[in-house]
Each structure stands twice: as C-alpha cells, then as structure tokens.
Write a protein that binds this ligand. Structure first.
Ligand code: RBZ
Ligand code: NIO
Length: 364
C-alpha cells in the first residue's frame, strides 16, 4: 500500500484557489478599456487562472494533451460499434500525427503525450509512453473491471504523468483518451456517482444503433448490479465499473491540482474521470475547465455535477482530447487580453470598476 500513502500525500498538497490573486486579477480585468464584464466568460477564465496559479500574470503558453489509452473487457458484450483492435491502431495513428487530436493540438500549439496505461497491445509504437498497469480490464458485466490495487496504481500513473509535465514547464494540461468501449464504464461511473438511471446516461458512443443502445444500457445496469460499487468510495467505483485510462486521467487531475496546473477536460470519458477525482478530493474541482459539451447524454449531467460550464458547443462526440485542444486557444486568449489590452488609467480617464468585486473586496 505504498501507492496509497503517496496518493494521500498528493491529496494533502491540493490547495484552495488563491483569493488574493483572483481579486487582483478581477481589478485588472475591470480596468481594461472595455465596458465592465463585456468579455464575458473570458474574464472568468482569467480570474480563475489567477486563483489556480496564485499569480496575477498566469501563463498557459506551454500546453500539453495527455491521451491515456486502455482496453475494456466489457466490449465482449457488444457495447461498441468498433472492434477492440482499434484502440491499438489509433495509438499508432496518434504517433503518426494522423488523428483528429493531433491536428487540433497542432493548431493549439500543444504537445500530445500518448500513454499506454492498459491496452492489449504488446508491441508499442515508438513514442508511446509505456505505463501499463494491466493489459485491459476484465468484463465488468461479470465482475470487477480491476482490483482496487490496480485502480490505485493507475491513479498513480496519472499523478506521475502530471508531475513530469509540470516539472518540464507545462502550464496547462488537456485531457484525452482512447479505448474502444470506454463510454460504457464512463456512463456506469456517472450513473453511480450521480444516482441517475442508466437509461438517462447511456449514449451511442462511437455510433451504435438503437437496438445496441438498449443492450448497452442493460449491460451498464448489470455491471452496477453485479459489482455494487460504493458511490461514497470513488476508488471502489473506478475499480469495479471504471477503466484503466479513466483512473489514470483522474490521477492526472489530482497531480495537476497538487502542482497548481489547470486542467481542461474533454468529453464524457474525461468527465467521468473528473467526477472520480473530485469525489476523491473535492478541492480539485477548482482546477478544472470544461472545454465543450458532447452530445453523449452523460456529459451534461457530469458537467452539472461538477458545476462547470462548457466553453464550446460544437455537437462533437469524439473524445481523444479534441474538445480540450479546441478550448486551449480560448483559454490562452483570455490571458492575452489581460496582458496586452490598455487600461482606463492608460487612457487617462476614470475606470468604471465597481467599488466591490465578487469577493466583497474593495477594488478601487
Ligand atoms: C476510429 C476511432 C477513433 C476514435 N477516437 C476516439 N474515439 C472514441 O470512441 C471510443 C469510445 O466509444 P465506444 O464506447 O462506443 O467504443 C473511445 O476510444 C473514444 O476515445 C474513437 C473511436 C473510433 C472508432
Ligand atoms: O463525447 C465523448 O467524449 C465521446 C463520445 C463518443 C465516443 N467517444 C467519446
């Protein structure tokens, strides 16, 4: 249980947002040459980033997307439109820069880190980070997807990955994943954590038909019934009805929050990981940005539960970190505005800033 001790130490390091920096950033934003509040959510982004980093000049120039990859025993139940081999083939595609996330990450100026935390592939393409905890999960419709020890080990892989990136100067992390079948554990976890019926939470994933959707819903119900995950114990939920890449992503969030690095979540799978991370340590909620709203029904429920508003509405349902990659430039733009716009002071006219900000602090 060395892992567990390390995990507890990480949780201990996650701090609340720095309210002083947020107040200073709000003051700066209110003094920019524009009507108060007119940059809308971009203003909120700047203030939140100040709180996360504890700096009035936060930076998100050095960006990375972590694509955690894992396979799922539950595909035996026919829950995906695609065969399991596609997970490994897509890993090679990420390395060849041929996937959607590669194109969008390049647009955003973000590095893509591909981590094998639990695929069935034995011959990994060069460039994939090898952190396999086990080769694929077991079929959760018949028993636990993995042991609790394996779930903790996967969390630790995520924490280590976040630490490595923070140590090399990465200032914002986008989350992505690849794993055929992974919308099934994501929906199961969301059903358990939010106490919604599987029917309201299950979607078509990569594109199953209505008949297969009904069967997928039943598989999720059965997995919950067979395993009885304890909603009050997020590691139990991850182990019984989760996935290796999902646990790894939850670990990335915990590690990034401990290092004061903002995290941009993507679709329904990274959303389920965020729910797990926030159940393990609620303070990490403050470190999250929601990039977009997926068409998968579980996603809206996840974001509501996390109290996050998506930045983009593009009707996407891909995963990989594609939504996160698209949101990174929006987040960076918020800071560029703060850094480069003139203030009312520069124009020599009084600022329209209110006397108090949302923290009840005087801003003049
Ligand atoms: C070619 C291809 C590329 C993908 N990139 C992301 N996903 C997405 O689809 C999978 C989840 O959907 P389901 O639960 O229905 O299997 C995940 O790998 C997710 O990242 C892909 C899926 C496919 C087929
Ligand atoms: O929105 C997502 O994250 C998603 C949807 C379908 C398949 N994979 C991912």
């Amino acid at each position: 249980m060395i892992f567990l001790e390390k995990l507890l130490q990480v949780l201990n390091e996650i701090e609340r947002l720095n309210v002083v920096s947020m107040h200073q950033m709000r003051k700066r934003v209110n003094n920019l040459t524009k009507p108060l509040g007119s940059l809308g959510r971009l203003e909120e982004i700047a203030v939140k980033l100040a709180g996360i980093t504890g700096s009035v000049q936060p930076r998100v120039e050095n960006k990375a997307i972590i694509v955690m990859c894992g396979d799922h025993g539950v595909v035996q139940e026919g829950v995906s439109a695609f065969p399991q081999e596609v997970t490994g083939l897509m890993m090679a595609n990420f390395i060849r820069q041929g996937a959607a996330v590669n194109v969008l990450a390049q647009q955003a100026g973000a590095e893509v880190h591909v981590v094998d935390i639990g695929t069935l592939l034995t011959d990994l393409p060069e460039g994939v980070v090898q952190r396999k905890v086990r080769p694929g999960t077991a079929n959760m419709a018949k028993g636990p997807a993995m042991t609790k020890e394996e779930a903790v080990a996967a969390l630790q892989v995520g924490i280590d990955t976040a630490y490595e990136l923070a140590d090399k100067g990465i200032e914002v992390i986008g989350l992505g994943e690849m794993g055929i079948g992974n919308t099934t554990p994501s929906s199961a976890m969301t059903a358990v954590f939010t106490n919604h019926p599987a029917e309201q939470i299950t979607g078509k994933g990569s594109g199953i038909n209505d008949e297969a959707l009904a069967a997928k819903t039943k598989v999720i119900e059965r997995a919950i019934e067979v395993n009885r995950p304890n909603p009050g114990d997020a590691v139990d939920v991850l182990a019984k009805v989760g996935g290796l890449e999902i646990a790894g992503l939850a670990g990335v969030i915990l590690g990034a929050a401990a290092r004061k690095v903002p995290v941009v979540i993507d679709g329904v799978i990274t959303g389920a990981a965020a729910l797990a991370a926030c159940r393990i340590e609620p303070r990490c909620q403050d470190y999250l940005f929601a990039s977009h709203l997926s068409v998968e029904p579980a996603h809206r429920i996840v974001l509501d539960e996390l109290g996050l508003k998506p930045l983009l509405h593009l009707d996407m349902r891909l995963g990989e970190g594609t939504g996160a990659a698209l949101a990174l430039p929006v987040i960076e733009s918020a800071l560029q505005l703060v850094a480069k716009m003139a203030t009312f002071e520069d124009l020599g006219i009084p600022s329209p800033a209110p006397e108090e900000d949302e923290f009840g602090l005087a801003v003049q």
